[in-house]
Design a protein around this ligand. Structure first.
Ligand SMILES: C=C(O[C@@H]1C=C(C(=O)O)C=C[C@H]1O)C(=O)O
Length: 298
């Protein structure tokens, strides 16, 4: 499985890299709209809750089992040989296809923050964006005289909801790990600015160098407009009919929180971690050449 994203144009053009991040906003927002159509279904995220049904000995959650099964197949199709694809599952099988020759764009690294992504998605994002569907379900069940709070958050759509969860998680993972391309681009633009804080590790100084407040402000401004627009319902002639009491297909504030509290900070964490290891294994001469190169690639 080959991602063409970074294979077209200058792979380290910051403008082109950012355009991929912008496009992933749509993928993530529409995935959240789809997930918001189902109830929270907390059982899906409880480790061991389905262990008598899934693989013997698998101690993970329903969602983690879905990830393992889907990523096992995708690994055989060489999805994770691409430098912009990162699995949530460890110990995946080797590809059945011969390796593709990817251009060596990123400095060799083993950064994978998917465990953090899975944690914040399950603990904070799913409960938040499924509130409306969960409330509607509880109202319906109460009207039918069904009692038992734990039932109120469960519509039984474990397969559909997990399928969408995997798609959203893969899009968030790609977006966050694209921070490596951002970092490589910024590093090669001005290696001398970064090298002192790598040789004498200073994560704060590196974070200050990669942080672009104006870019972040525009990301959040664009997201708010996109989420509010996509959250609307549209009448049969295509005209937007807004939202009812601010309730559209999606919790717009939830999307903003996802980016402001999780996606952007984690992207910057990836950028800084990538930079901290950017000189690993290089000789003094290599580093000196980099320090004097400026905007040429190393
Ligand atoms: C991704 C970049 O690096 C940082 C992270 C950003 C983000 O996650 O949206 C935006 C700007 C920077 O603070 C970038 O410069 O485009």
């Amino acid at each position: 499985m080959q991602s063409q994203n970074y294979m077209v144009g200058d792979p380290l053009s910051l403008e082109r890299i950012r355009s991929v991040l912008v496009r992933l906003e749509d993928t993530i927002i529409f995935g959240l709209i789809e997930r918001a159509q189902f109830a929270h279904n907390p059982r899906m995220y409880q480790r061991g809750a389905f262990k008598e049904l899934v693989d013997t000995g698998f101690e993970g959650s329903w969602l983690e089992w879905f990830l393992k099964e889907i990523e096992t197949f995708h690994a055989k199709a060489r999805r994770y040989t691409s430098p912009d694809e990162y699995p949530f599952t460890s110990d995946l099988p080797d590809p059945v296809l011969p390796p593709l020759s990817f251009p060596e764009i990123l400095f060799p690294n083993k950064i994978n923050v998917n465990a953090s992504i899975l944690s914040f998605y399950v603990r904070y994002i799913v409960p938040r964006i499924t509130r409306r569907a969960t409330l509607a379900l509880a109202t319906t069940k109460r009207a039918k005289g069904i009692v038992g709070d734990d039932e109120f958050e469960d519509d039984g759509n474990y397969g559909s909801a997990a399928t969408i969860d995997v798609e959203v998680l893969q899009a968030i993972s790609k977006r966050v790990h694209y921070g490596k391309f951002v970092s490589e681009s910024k590093f090669l633009e001005n290696p001398a600015a970064f090298i002192p804080h790598i040789l004498k590790p200073n994560p704060k100084a590196l974070e200050d160098l990669i942080t672009k407040p104006e870019v972040e402000r525009k990301v959040l401004q664009r997201l708010q407009i996109k989420a509010a627009t996509y959250a609307q319902d549209f009448s049969s002639d295509g005209s937007p009919n807004g939202t009812v009491n601010g309730n559209g297909k999606l919790d717009v504030d939830g999307v903003m929180e996802l980016y402001e509290s999780y996606i952007i900070p984690l992207t910057k964490e990836v950028e800084v971690d990538y930079l901290l290891h950017r000189l690993d294994g290089l000789s003094e001469d290599d580093i000196q050449r980099l320090a004097h190169k400026g905007t040429q690639s190393s």
